[in-house]
Design a protein around this ligand. Sequence first.
Ligand code: ADP
Length: 656
Amino acid sequence: MPGQLHTCITLIEAIGQPLVVIDRSGVIVYGNSAAEATFGWRKDEMFGRAVASLSDRPGWRRTIVRALDSVVQDGHWSGELIVERRDGTRAAVLISASLWRTAQKGADFIIGIVTDISKQKRIEARLRRRVAVQRRRTADLEQHLKQQLTDVRLANRMLSKEIAERTSAEQKLRFQAMLLAAVSQAVIATNLSSDIIYWSRSAERIFGWSESEMIGRHVYDLVAGPRDEAMIADMRATVAAGRTWEGEFTLIRRHGTTFPAFVTVAAIYDEQQQRSGSIAIISDMTERVRDRQALADANARLQEVNADLRLSRDLLHTIVDNLDDALALIDSHGIVQATNRQFARLFDMPPDALPGKPCSEVCPTIAPILARTLSSGLKASGRVQMNRASGGQAILDVYSIPLGNASRQAVVRLADVTEHLQLEAIMRQNERLATSSRLAAIVAHEINTPLQSIQNYLYLLRSHGSEQSAEFLDLVSDEICRVSGLLRRLLDLHRPGDGAIELIDCNTVIERVLLLLNSTLASNGIRVEQRLTTPLQRVSGQRNALTQVLLNLLLNAVDAMPYGGVLSITTRSARETVDRRSTHYVQIVVEDTGPGIAPDLQKRIFDPFFTTKPHGSGLGLTVSRQIVEQHGGRLNGQNVPGGGAAFIITLPAANE
Ligand code: ADP
């Protein structure tokens, strides 16, 4: 061993760290004392031994060869090894081996510094064991915890489910309680001894007792007056049989008033399906009884109204059947639906033969008027002629009136005016005769005066001889002229063709009538005031008829002023506007200063045959009004302030 090595060994000995020096073939060339102590080999036993032969443990040799190769190759190797001591015990060592190259070729050594880590290893092993134990414990604990967690979760889930079920049950209960509180009926539950165990809010409201006052009380305390035991027994039996009982009781409120109640009772059962009591639902019937009464009253009233209606209907039927006018109900297709007796009589048919027939077949002349109403929904009227089944002709005024309902029906009213028109004609004839006889009297009076004068002049002519004859003859001639003038005027008055329709200037008619009555008016002390508007719009009509109207009015004025007065005649134009359509009129006002018309007679003066005069016909105003109306006008009479009467003729102006 070189000297250098010795120096190093001396140093290494002093360190106390086991150190082994081996040659490249793995043979131990040196081991220090610390190595001796660690491995149990004496130095001399160690030296010359191959490291690979120090143990028989499998794999030892291979490990050593690899470690030696690594050191030779890399110059260094370190690793942990389990080495066997001389006594066969094993020690864990950490070997850090380095290649020590000497200057001598091929004389390289490997120095291995050994650290006995057995203790450390033991500690480590112990620690590892502890850690393993700890791990196992931790794993057990984790397992245990996991199990517990699963259990807790399971329990939690079950709990949540239970809570949810309970919440839902509570909600259901709350809802049911709310429902019970909300219903208008009182809800009362009793146990089998009929003691109250539930008293709803509506029960409080209806009876006036609070829940705390009623719980435990006997339910029959609520029944007013003596109990109907039979009914209660029936109720108990019904409920005991599991059915629902319904009936009416008179119940009492807290403040003593009673009320009719409709009670429904049913059994209640406990969880074991054993009957535990009853539940009663009580409706306050006061309102309903009142309503029932009101309904009965209304019904009675309705029956009365029905009876009235039946009476009215019968009355109406009687009236309709006994009307002079013929009535028929016609549907929208012009088919007769119903008629009164007069209608059937008019067409000489049995009443039940008419319904179902077309109106145009029954009476073709009225069909066009009816068609106007059916198509337009408006009233229509007209005058038609028809041949009676019994012979002769009838004149009918036809009025077709819409019924105003959606079905577009119409009522046809036929007024047989044949007789009426005949009577009117007779009346007019009579009045004409009456007027003529009054005129005749006036004319006779007028003619009589000149005739008397003529007679006087003829007498004078005879007694005075021829000397004054020319003068008397002139006077006679004058009187004759007066008579012929009077007759001419009379003729003038009636000259135009009878009945012809013509355009008439009312002023000229007035002037002619005044001319005719001139001397009569004068001899009665009547002053005439004319306020005639010229030019005046003409009217279309019959001159004779209008002359007769004026004659009637003027002669009435003369009659009203036996001691004289003022007769004023005014003509004027007037205009009326209806629905933006203007109509022009001519008005003639005949006004006198007589006594006027007594208020109680004013409504009657136009009635036929009404007269206050000893020899009056009472037809003058009736006929005059008819004539004016036939001309499309109006005739009205009224008193004038300050005395006297005024008659106003209003005639539509001709559309020239
Ligand atoms: P008569 O002249 O024949 O009586 P009228 O029909 O002409 O018939 O008149 C009916 C009645 O009206 C008269 O009797 C009279 O009472 C009243 N009467 C008519 N004109 C006047 C008048 N100008 N002043 C007062 N009363 C009148």
